[in-house]
Write a protein that binds this ligand. Sequence first.
Ligand SMILES: Cc1cc2nc3c(=O)[nH]c(=O)nc-3n(C[C@H](O)[C@H](O)[C@H](O)COP(=O)(O)OP(=O)(O)OC[C@H]3O[C@@H](n4cnc5c(N)ncnc54)[C@H](O)[C@@H]3O)c2cc1C
Length: 402
Amino acid sequence: MGDTNTGEGSGYDADVAVIGLGAIGSSAAWRLAARGLDVLGFEQFEPGHAWGGSTGRTRLFRVACLEHPGLTPIARRARDLWRELEASSGRRLFLETGGLMIGPPDSHIIKGTLSAATAHDLPVERLDADEIARRFPAHARVDPGDVGVWDPEAGVVRPEAAIVAAVDAARAAGAQVRTNTRVIAVEPDADGVTIRTDDAEYRVRHVAVTSGPWITRFVPDLPLTPHRVVMTWFRAREGRSANLDVLPVFIRSVPGRDTWIWGHGAMPGSRSGPPGDDDGDGFEGFDVKVGPEFDGPFIADDPDAIDRDIHPGETDEISELVAATFPDVEPEPSGVTTCIMTHTPDGQFVVGPTAQPRVVVGGGCSGHSFKHAAALGELVAQSVTGEQPFTDASFLDPRRFD
Ligand SMILES: Cc1cc2nc3c(=O)[nH]c(=O)nc-3n(C[C@H](O)[C@H](O)[C@H](O)COP(=O)(O)OP(=O)(O)OC[C@H]3O[C@@H](n4cnc5c(N)ncnc54)[C@H](O)[C@@H]3O)c2cc1C
């Protein structure tokens, strides 16, 4: 990026506009402002809202990333940035629990996890079915041939609190943030980009489009499909425990079924959380969370039109999977909500320059981007400024679909 003067007479209102301050955009705004750029961030709702891809109180964090070995350095960089945001916000955003992956030895869960572990010499442990049952009784129902991989660096991240902390950090670094402001047009040309809202127009040098499920409104050529996903929580059966200490982060096959589930145990309340936790610090407690491999058949072309109602029978299948897997967990959900997951054809994110001049994008969550979001924001910032990325992110290049 060349001249960054946006003072009076320059013709620019900011160096960079960031469209959408969700998981990736909030961090992109922070990382750009931290570099001394003039940043103008737009969010159509309040930061940390429930209407995009980042609602639901927790997200799984893993460093032995079964989706691609190239994601491990991104997860670790994100963890460093979550820690910085914890320091600046005074809120606990990341909790390391360790994580257990279970499946047949030749399954994507096991092979992908081991592939990342081998590529980065991660201190994972391999377990057979007997060891899984002995060390993790909550996971005792395992098909005999299944194996486990323990990732000691796995944990949970708090999405809403992390987004609010990143927006606050962006503001503290000098970013101008317009909340409850919907961008209606992004018009790039050779000299800059015009950004339109309902009642204003801005001229910026570059734009980072980080609008999650709504990205294709501004970058229509990207092959992104938003899916409606139902998120479910559960409680331990009477007299049993399914807290994080016995049920840390997991991705696992379901006994006797050709499918898998993901999730984590409960944190009963802030006072029973880790030392140092307190009311309002971001870790105020949650139930067991379990989600399915499948997304459900609902694809929303228009994320605004997504059906937010929960219909009779919609949670039956996940309840059956919970009943088949966890004897100590009550299979009737204690909580249900909807969320939007945005898929790419190859299951990897889109982060970097686009075919449009001056337009960088960060999104395409594919159901696994929150753990990386702080670092994906950093990659967006590096793409805008033309810096060398902190790791090889060429497998996330949005132009791979051209
Ligand atoms: C059910 C479910 C479970 C998941 N589990 C995990 C997990 O365990 N681990 C993990 O790492 N990831 C997980 N993910 C993925 C992760 O939560 C999401 O990928 C990620 O949060 C999406 O981030 P984003 O920044 O792309 O989008 P968002 O966080 O949705 O941000 C986009 C923002 O842009 C704003 N916006 C849109 N249009 C405009 C506009 N015109 N003007 C202004 N603002 C606009 C939106 O309001 C929103 O705030 C899961 C996703 C789902 C749905």
